[in-house]
Each structure stands twice: as C-alpha cells, then as structure tokens.
Design a protein around this ligand. Structure first.
Ligand code: 9MG
Length: 278
C-alpha cells in the first residue's frame, strides 16, 4: 500500500513512524515539548535523523481537559516550524482542527493534515482536497475539554469503524483521493481503558476497511493505567504498544520516542518477513 501526501509517496509495505513535534507550552510530552519554534525545529530534525518518515507539528494541545488556542497563536507557533522542515525536504504533517491553519500550513509546505476532528470543521475537506495533501482522520467522542467525563459506546470497535469509514467516504466525495486517506481510532479521545484495549485488539477490523491505519498510543494515560508509571516513565510501554498496534495492522505509529520505536519495528519487520516467507 502507498500513501500519497502532496508530492510524496510513502511506501507502507513496512510500518512507518510519525514523530511528534509539539509546539505548545502545555503539552504532556516532556521530550516533544517546546513553545519555542527554534527548539521545535531542532527536535524535529533529530526525530527525522532517528528515522521518522513523517513529523507531525502541532500548536494546540488536545490532551484531556486542554483549553482551546486562538488561530493567531496556533499559526505563530507552527508556521515557522512547518516552513523550515518542509524546506529540508521532510514530509511534514500539520496537526490541527482549524481550516485556516490547514491552509496556511499547506502553503508553508505541509504535505499532510492530521485532524483529531476528522476534517469535521466547515471548509476542512475543501482545504485538503484542493491541495492534494494526505489526511489522517481521527475518531474522537466529544471535545478535548470534556471527552473523558463519560465515554459511551454500544460497540466501541464497530462504532469507531463506522464513523471513520463514513468520514473517509465524505472526504472522497469532497475530492480527496482514497490513497491520501489514513484512519485513526483515536486512543484516549473519549475512551475508557476498556474501550482503548478493545480498539487495540480490534484494530484488524479497522484495517480491513482498506485504508492505512495510524495508531497513537505513545505515553498515553492508558499505558499509565496498565503499568502504574508516570508519563515520563512510559517508554517501554509505548514501544510495546506500538508493536501491538503494528502486529494488528497499523501502518503508521505516532510516537514521541522515534529512535527506540524505529529499532523495535525493524526487528518486528525482519521477523515478519521470515514468517511471511514461511
Ligand atoms: C494530535 N494527537 C494526539 N494524539 C493523537 C492520536 O492518537 N492520533 C492522531 N492522529 N493525532 C493525535
């Protein structure tokens, strides 16, 4: 399978890593945290050198309880970072829910849009279709400020799959080619631990929809719930979760710890090649 993002074509016959670059003062990520664009650029370049295929640049925290950020603040944080990394020739993803930020980041060189609201804002699909960027459509129940208060599903795997497939069809109808679309179940976004584990177990069902699947589990609180570790001690759990996701069909994992994840996936892939050969 190939994912087209702007002028790039990413070969997904082996799992790929998306490195997280948070240009926010309040991100939960210590390593990815930087309100200073210059530090964020350095950090992103390190992730690329460590083997990230994509860097995901975000200026608004979407962690549970996070406050909204104005369009002007978000643009001021992300645009210099996107511009510098795109000029390096990197595949840059812009993590935003705002169509105006999407358009400006694309003009600055972003080749992908990662939207936790699955391009639900008016004008979001049009912004991406016109530019030919790749899109990551993520499932979220509710909004970041309140989403963890009372998550509720009839059947979390079926509900999330149905939502994402419907959003993918809406994107295709709006002019985004199928080979530019990635689906993401949105671990931790309006989900209990039981919901998250069910989604991870059922990832194959989402992958069977025919679009590449992206999984973002890195350092998330579900890993804290399983291990009892604080956020800055979840490296091993994050790598294990990335492997579990890839083993169930994820094509891309979104992570803070790129070097360690790339190494783990290289081993997984080498074993898998032998297994596939019989
Ligand atoms: C921005 N962001 C935070 N967590 C995420 C996840 O799991 N997936 C995607 N696509 N974006 C995320």
């Amino acid at each position: 399978m190939t994912l087209r993002c702007g002028r790039f074509a990413l070969d997904l016959s082996r799992p790929r890593v998306m490195g997280i670059v948070n240009v926010t003062p309040d991100s939960f990520s210590a390593a990815g945290r930087s309100p200073d664009p210059a530090r964020a650029i350095d950090h992103a370049r390190r992730l690329l050198a460590d083997g990230a295929a994509i860097v995901d640049v975000g200026g608004e925290s979407t962690r549970p309880g996070a406050a909204d950020v104005s369009e002007a603040d978000e643009l001021a944080r992300v645009l210099p970072v996107v511009e510098a990394l795109a000029a390096d020739g990197a595949v840059v993803s812009i993590d935003t829910r705002k169509p105006a930020v999407m358009r400006a980041a694309i003009a600055a060189g972003a080749a992908m849009v990662n939207d936790v609201a699955a391009l639900g804002a008016p004008g979001a699909i049009e912004a991406c279709a016109a530019a030919g960027v790749g899109v990551c459509l993520m499932h979220m129940q509710g909004a970041p400020a309140t989403m963890q208060q009372a998550p509720d599903y009839a059947d979390v795997v079926a509900d999330v799959r149905a939502f994402l497939v419907a959003r993918a069809r809406a994107c295709e109808a709006g002019g985004i080619a199928a080979d530019r679309i990635v689906l993401d179940p949105g671990f931790g976004f309006g989900k209990t631990l039981a919901h998250n584990l069910a989604l991870l177990r059922g990832l194959g069902s989402l992958a069977a929809a025919g679009y590449p699947v992206l999984a973002g589990l890195s350092r998330k609180s579900m890993l804290g719930a399983v291990t009892g570790r604080p956020v800055d001690e979840r490296l091993a759990a994050s790598v294990a979760a990335a492997l579990a996701a890839v083993a169930r069909g994820a094509a891309i994992v979104r992570v803070h710890d790129v070097r360690e994840t790339v190494d783990a996936l290289a081993v997984w892939h080498a074993v898998q090649l032998e297994t596939d050969r019989g």
